[in-house]
Write a protein that binds this ligand. Structure first.
Ligand code: AMP
Length: 211
């Protein structure tokens, strides 16, 4: 089961990817999380990526491709994977197509307004747990429920940067939808519903197309 999950920032794609990964017991591969790990380890790659990410731009394609190929070659991807955050442009979609066959490409659709509203309230922990100040706050005083570290607003979740990321999504990522549509594997899901409803629709939509 090789699935790509797409959507503008704040669409809930990460949340849905985690649910799918749990249900089907295949790894959730988030290129954003992988890059953030590199940044926190201060690796060469991380140093290069940090500024680009903080400005809401895309990290170069060759960096991503090398990183992703290594990850997918690992044993735990034998049964498949849920890819979250890759591909982000047509070059990446074609590159991915060159070394593996994707079964389904899911896009979670929300308006820009909703996306920006959700992201403005998003808070994250370095352990990769994600919260929202109104919809899903941590139980105790801005401390992560899982590891008790303080939750923070990601640099690239700040308002001006979010606007740039949304723009990049429309310019660079949206053209991929047509690419997958032409292959007959695109599934569109209405994202402005509860997490549970989106997940139900996703399972239903994907299964009618041979998940
Ligand atoms: P995300 O957590 O998926 O929103 O990713 C955070 C940031 O990491 C993005 O704004 C990009 O700067 C970078 N990034 C993640 N995935 C990719 C990708 N496939 N191609 C280029 N840059 C990426």
């Amino acid at each position: 089961m090789k699935v790509v999950i797409m959507g503008v920032q704040g669409s809930g794609k990460g949340t849905q990817a985690k649910l799918l990964s749990k249900k089907y017991d295949v790894p959730h591969i988030s290129t954003g999380d992988m890059l953030r790990d590199e940044v926190s380890q201060e690796s060469e790659l991380g140093k290069k990526a940090k500024e680009i990410m903080n400005h809401g731009k895309l990290v170069p394609d060759d960096v991503l491709l090398g990183m992703l190929k290594n990850r997918i070659a690992q044993k735990d991807c034998g049964k498949g994977f849920i890819l979250d955050g890759y591909p982000r442009n047509l070059t990446q979609a074609r590159a991915l197509d060159g070394f593996t066959t994707i079964d389904k490409a899911i896009v979670i659709e929300v308006s820009d307004r909703e996306a920006i509203k959700r992201i403005a309230g998003r808070r994250s922990c370095s352990c990769e747990a994600v919260y929202h100040i109104f919809y899903n706050p941590p139980k105790h005083d801005q401390l992560c429920d899982k590891c008790q570290k303080p939750v923070i607003q990601r640099e690239d979740d700040k308002e001006e940067i979010v606007a740039e990321r949304v723009k990049v999504f429309h310019e660079k990522t949206e053209p991929i939808l047509k690419f997958y549509e032409e292959k007959g594997i695109l599934v569109r899901i209405a994202g402005e519903q509860s997490i549970e409803k989106v997940f139900e629709e996703l399972l239903r939509g994907a299964s009618t197309k041979g998940f």
